[in-house]
Design a protein around this ligand. Structure first.
Ligand SMILES: N[C@@H](CCC(=O)N[C@@H](CS)C(=O)NCC(=O)O)C(=O)O
Length: 409
């Protein structure tokens, strides 16, 4: 039986910490051999035939992290993580999920690489660097992981639509905003308040009705009665809502990314648009000016669902969704797909570092905070978060000096 993996690194976070995290989340026990001085690294580099993947007697690339696992000696952080994620089934269910996981993971690595040097930054440059890093965290990285359904887009599109229509036509327009809502979930409550505020500020009260938790019957009658469905999430992996709508012969206006690219056929079963209120309003306008579009696109939508998505497995799923009409919250339990993957673990790790830097940075991202809490409460993760685990604390000045000597930076 293979023994525990052995991790060779300095006794600090550095590049090994994400490997420790992933192993811990997978419930794998591991041993650690710490490099305490330059000679320890030298010994690893020179090797003494103990290590399998050595090049001319030296450790490949002469760098750590290095992990002994399943009879191999692996180096290169990403390769080690890929191996662990594959082995422990934390790498999505298919090539498409894997592509999303890779994109999100690379973003997390970029963010980590940006934060790592802060600890060795000269004091006179530190403040400016921290400001820059915080700006990128707030405006570039965290928004990419906050998976909102982007409902304000529908409201802004309605505002744009009003500009395009005569007052007579505008009077006939009504938007129903519906979805899975749970008043015990803080993020739902906050988001609902936010949307109601936008409606009020944009003077849309008479044209918008919120249906936070609607019945199956209401949903069927809405899909029958409405001209079209607006589907606003970006980069969704699949999304069942467009399929439900098409199955009920209701055309869909969706963003031209992620799942809808597969389900909706542009100008045939609906419209695929840039995530831009003007583009959405143009598409909505078409249904108002040509009401027969609903019937033609609706029929095409039904045919598309029947033709493309009615494999046995899928039909079974669709049956469940459409007949029981459970409106799922678009797989928001995890970042990709509906199962834990490596990227949830990488994300939790980096969110904890972001909080260490400045805990207020997470405040505008309620969905990320909720995801963080959910992942933190998984048993293996919870254990790793407890004191006394192999998780490493933030590096201190003494360790930085030791690391400098060993790695010569
Ligand atoms: N691409 C490598 C980089 C590894 C790396 O730079 N390791 C540092 C320690 S964190 C090291 O061994 N430095 C010594 C050297 O480059 O000579 C990876 O991701 O594993």
């Amino acid at each position: 039986m293979a023994g525990k993996p052995v991790l060779h690194y300095f006794n600090g976070r550095g590049r090994m910490e994400c490997i420790r995290w992933l192993l811990a989340a997978a419930g794998v026990e591991f041993e650690e051999k710490f490099i305490g001085c330059p000679e320890d690294l030298e010994k690893l580099i020179k090797g003494n035939t103990k290590y399998v993947y050595v090049l001319d007697g030296r450790l490949m690339f002469q760098q750590v992290p290095m992990v002994e696992i399943d009879g191999m000696t692996l180096v290169q952080t990403r390769s080690i993580l890929n191996y662990i994620a594959t082995k422990y089934n934390l790498y999505g269910k298919d090539a498409k999920e894997r592509a999303l996981i890779d994109m999100y993971t690379e973003g997390i690595f970029d963010l980590t690489e940006m934060m790592l040097p802060l600890v060795i930054c000269p004091p006179d440059q530190r403040e400016a660097k921290i400001l820059l890093v915080k700006d990128k965290i707030k405006n570039r990285y965290l928004p990419a992981y906050e998976k909102k359904k982007n409902l304000p887009l529908a409201l802004s599109a309605l505002v744009q639509l009003r500009k395009r229509l005569t007052s007579q036509d505008w009077e006939r327009v009504h938007l129903f905003m519906g979805g899975g809502y749970n008043d015990r979930v803080l993020e739902n409550v906050e988001h609902y308040k936010e949307l109601k505020k936008i409606v009020q500020q944009s003077d849309l009260e008479r044209h918008v009705t919120f249906l936070p938790s609607f019945s199956d019957r209401q949903k069927i009658s809405l899909l029958h009665g409405c001209l079209c469905v607006l589907y606003t999430p970006s980069n969704e992996h699949f999304g069942i809502v467009p399929l439900e709508a098409m199955y009920m012969q209701c055309p869909v206006i969706a963003i031209n990314s992620g799942g809808p690219l597969e389900s909706v056929v542009h100008k045939v079963t609906g419209f695929l648009c840039e995530p831009d209120p003007v583009r959405f309003s143009e598409a909505m306008d078409q249904f108002i000016h040509k009401p027969s579009l609903k019937a033609t696109m609706g029929l095409a939508g039904r045919a598309r669902v029947a033709e493309k998505f009615s494999t046995e497995v899928f039909a079974e799923q669709l049956f469940q969704y459409v007949t029981k009409l459970v409106l799922k919250s678009h797989g928001q339990d995890y970042l990709v797909g509906n199962k834990l993957t490596r990227v949830d673990i990488h994300l939790l790790e980096v969110l904890l570092y972001v909080e260490e830097l400045d805990s207020s940075l997470l405040a505008p991202f309620p969905l990320l905070k909720a995801l963080k809490n959910r992942i933190s409460s998984l048993p293996n993760v919870k254990k790793f978060l407890q004191p006394g685990s192999q998780r490493k604390p933030p590096i201190n000045a003494k360790q930085i000096e030791e690391a400098r000597k060993i790695f010569k930076f």
